[in-house]
Design a protein around this ligand. Structure first.
Ligand SMILES: *Cc1c(COP(=O)(O)O)cnc(C)c1O
Length: 379
């Protein structure tokens, strides 16, 4: 079977010919680093996020580190986050010298459980980093009620959530810091890259400093450095890709939504009861359907590895897992985390699998993926 059908990956970027031409124009222009393309990209993103200040960066990861620095968070401070995310989410907390505190996830949304966030707050807590896994936001009203009540900053890890909505408002268009990633698998990409939505001009000025070695310039040759910044700027080559991708974002998200609807249709109402697997929440009002993830029925150690291997070998379909529980990585175990601390995250981290979902995918691809899942789970 595998020889006859083309490989179906779980994600693949689509970059149109206009965008490729725009990159060519930048390469020919004599200015390839941060410049006019970035200015235009930041202006477009600011527009997209309701006029809030936006700055671009060379990754989503560094936007969160910089947001923590802007908020003045460092040694002695605790930051609450989820154990089910890309490890970047908690690595940045350690990077600024603060202490990551995990709160377990909700088994249905697979996002951080806000009751457990509230229970984890101590006098040292300074911020929350919620993650909108697969593009599904948390209960934003509740999140900001908690932040207000305990005077906490929020750095939204909205890496996966561009175009996601909450009660008719775009994620990033309200709230505190919002961080987005343009890494290759995300709904839009700049190859690598990210952006940070900020609250005011002062924060934007600080973001620019942290983005480039802490430098402030004045006049023709005035330069000073008063904070430790890094090298996090986005090139104009990347920004040109971003400008092209933004033109298609609404189509991309609408198409992903149709694919998600088709997934639910193809799995059918009996799938969960028949197999013991768990489908995602049908969050059509909020999610941008960055990922379509199912939780496998538990068949003991190796459940997911065997499932992934069979999808690949017998059906030529790529799958992924987002994510392994962060607190069980060696570096985190060395900080005192261990098995049993976050049981929901540990179960989901072991059994979650990501099915194909990307713009160039067709409904026939969805049908093929669902047939394959059903066939693999039937034996
Ligand atoms: C992609 C991603 C990141 C990191 O973004 P980069 O651009 O790869 O640095 C962080 N958190 C989540 C949830 C992500 O999906």
């Amino acid at each position: 079977m595998t020889a006859e059908v083309p490989f179906l990956p779980f994600s693949r970027p689509t970059i149109d010919e206009d965008t490729i031409a725009a990159v060519g124009a930048v390469l020919r222009s004599g200015w390839v680093t941060t410049g006019p393309q970035n200015q235009a990209f930041e202006a477009l993103l600011s527009d997209y996020f309701g006029g809030r200040p936006v700055r671009t960066f060379n990754s989503g990861t560094c936007t969160m580190e910089i947001a923590l620095r802007i908020a003045g968070i460092g040694p002695g401070d605790e930051v609450i986050t989820t154990p089910i995310s890309w490890v970047a989410t908690s690595n940045v907390i350690i990077e600024v010298g603060a202490t990551p505190v995990f709160a377990d996830i909700d088994p249905v949304t697979r996002n951080i459980d806000l009751d457990k966030v509230e229970a984890a707050i101590t006098p040292a807590t300074r911020a929350i980093i919620p993650v909108y896994l697969s593009g599904l936001p948390v209960d934003m009203d509740r999140l900001y009620a908690i932040a207000d009540k305990y005077k906490l900053r929020v750095i939204e890890d909205a890496a996966q959530a561009i175009g996601s909505m909450w009660k008719g408002k775009r994620i990033g268009a309200f709230g505190d810091f919002a961080s987005f990633s343009f890494q290759a698998n995300k709904n839009i990409t700049t190859g690598e890259g990210g952006c940070l939505v900020l609250n005011n001009a002062e924060e934007a000025r600080l973001a620019e400093k942290y983005r480039l070695q802490g430098v402030t310039r004045s006049g023709l040759d005035g330069i000073d450095v008063d904070v430790l910044g890094g090298k996090y700027n986005m090139s104009d080559i990347m920004a040109a890709i971003g400008l092209g991708q933004m033109k298609n974002l609404e189509n991309v998200n609408a198409h992903r939504r149709q694919l998600a609807e088709h997934y639910f249709q193809c799995f059918g109402p009996e799938f969960e009861a028949q197999t013991g697997a768990q489908l995602p929440l049908q969050a059509f009002e909020t999610s941008n359907w960055h990922l379509f993830q199912i939780i496998l029925p538990d068949r003991g150690p190796g459940t997911r590895a065997e499932f992934m291997a069979r999808m690949q070998k017998e059906h030529n379909i790529g799958t992924g897992y987002h994510y392994a529980p962060i607190h069980l990585f060696t570096m985190y175990r060395e900080r005192g985390f261990k098995e049993g601390m976050f049981p929901v995250a540990e179960r989901i981290g072991r059994l979650t699998v990501t099915l194909p979902m990307f713009y160039a995918m067709t409904k026939a691809d969805v049908e093929r993926a669902v047939e394959a899942v059903k066939a693999v789970l039937a034996q």
